[in-house]
Ligand binder design. Structure first.
Ligand code: NAP
Length: 330
């Protein structure tokens, strides 16, 4: 099956996930015993469940001070992460990526608390049942999966919560191989509300992830540099037995549950490459590493084109500025 067709529709995407689980080559993403994050400050978005929860648990075991950014299950998440017996602290912060004021408030609160991040994991993501819009009039899936991440990084940089340094902080972004299935993005229409049904949602998901990976490539170019810099890595974790399909239609749930249990990775296994990107010494001085599960690859060529990155950066910031303007007027 061609790379561009693999994630076109829920059936093909689920099948592709099963095939990858069984046949994908394996790389080494293990960390040595002394590759730890003791004393480092790390923040994980979408830590309330699924992959994000497992990442937060893993970071705690590596000794980090873990900040979980969640919109639900805060107490349960903190208790679970603390129960890993790590040496660091565990702190919950509220974050709803559907609301830009919530994104801004998180950055402001972290700056006010003098938090300086060593690792930022942008993990939160969503697959809705069908299209819907946020209070800013933007497509919800696009905003949560891509635009709010742009906003968060901008605000963290402005508030000096993320600071380019000789020992570079790292940003690790959880994307998806589904970005390869997307049509090229019409950047002039990024803000145009989209209407899609359940059967079209997986293709749209790929589109939001192409926007995300294109932004990551541009961020890598902008934050790289010979001296003080920030390293940016991204990955597709592969198919995970998580809550990602929680909005799936009731008739499909029994089959999905069965498939998830039988074929998909546990969140703890899927978290290993994320922990590697966050903590590996081998990656010091590198930026823009992309992993598909445990294997290093090139992301889709389209996402790497500087002209696409520049157009996406401009369009994303214009859409966010327009959303602010609209919100202030309503
Ligand atoms: N599962 C897969 O097979 C798979 C494959 C490739 C890539 N991924 C990617 O992996 C990442 C994690 O997904 P998952 O599989 O762990 O799914 P999940 O179990 O559904 O977890 C998603 C997380 O994102 C959070 N989130 C969703 N909308 C949010 C919002 N508006 N504001 C703040 N947080 C929000 C959720 O918070 P709540 O608990 O509050 O909803 C939850 O913590 C996503 O980026 C996804 O695209 C997943």
């Amino acid at each position: 099956m061609s790379e561009t067709r693999r994630h076109q529709g829920a059936f093909l995407a689920t099948f592709a996930g099963m095939i990858d689980r069984v046949r994908a080559p394996r790389g080494d993403v293990s960390l040595a015993a002394d590759e730890r994050l003791d004393g480092k400050h790390v923040l994980v978005t979408g830590a309330s469940r699924g992959l994000g929860r497992a990442i937060a648990r893993g970071l705690a075991r590596l000794g980090a001070n873990v900040h979980v950014a969640v919109r639900s299950l805060a107490e349960e998440t903190v208790a679970d992460v603390r129960a890993q017996g790590g040496r660091g602290t565990v702190t919950a912060w509220r974050l709803d990526l559907e609301r830009l004021d919530s994104v801004d408030a998180l950055a402001t609160s972290l700056a006010a608390a003098d938090v300086r991040l060593d690792v930022l994991v942008l993990n939160a993501g969503v697959v809705p049942l069908a299209s819907r819009t946020t209070p800013h009039g933007l497509d919800m899936m696009l905003q949560v999966n891509a635009l709010s991440n742009m906003r968060l990084v901008d605000r963290l940089l402005a508030g000096r919560v993320l600071v380019p340094d000789d020992v570079a902080p790292r940003i690790v972004v959880v994307g998806s191989e589904a970005h390869r299935s997307s049509e090229p993005i019409d950047w002039t229409a990024l803000a145009t509300p989209r209407t899609y049904t359940t059967s079209q949602v997986v293709s749209e998901y790929g589109r939001t992830k192409l926007v995300l990976h294109t932004w990551v490539a541009e961020l890598t170019r902008r934050l790289g540099g010979p001296d003080r810099h920030i390293e940016v890595h991204h990955l597709c974790p592969g198919a995970i037995a998580s809550s990602i399909a929680r909005e799936a239609p009731a008739w499909a749930k029994p089959l999905l549950d069965l498939t998830f249990r039988a074929f998909f990775q546990s969140p703890d296994v899927a978290a290993r490459p994320v922990l590697y990107l966050a903590a590996s010494r081998q990656l010091a001085g590198q930026t823009g590493v992309y992993l598909h599960m445990t294997v290093r690859k090139e992301p889709a060529a389209l996402s790497m084109e500087p002209s696409q990155g520049a157009a996406g950066w401009k369009a994303g910031h214009e859409v966010l500025a327009q959303a602010d303007f609209t919100s202030q007027r309503s």
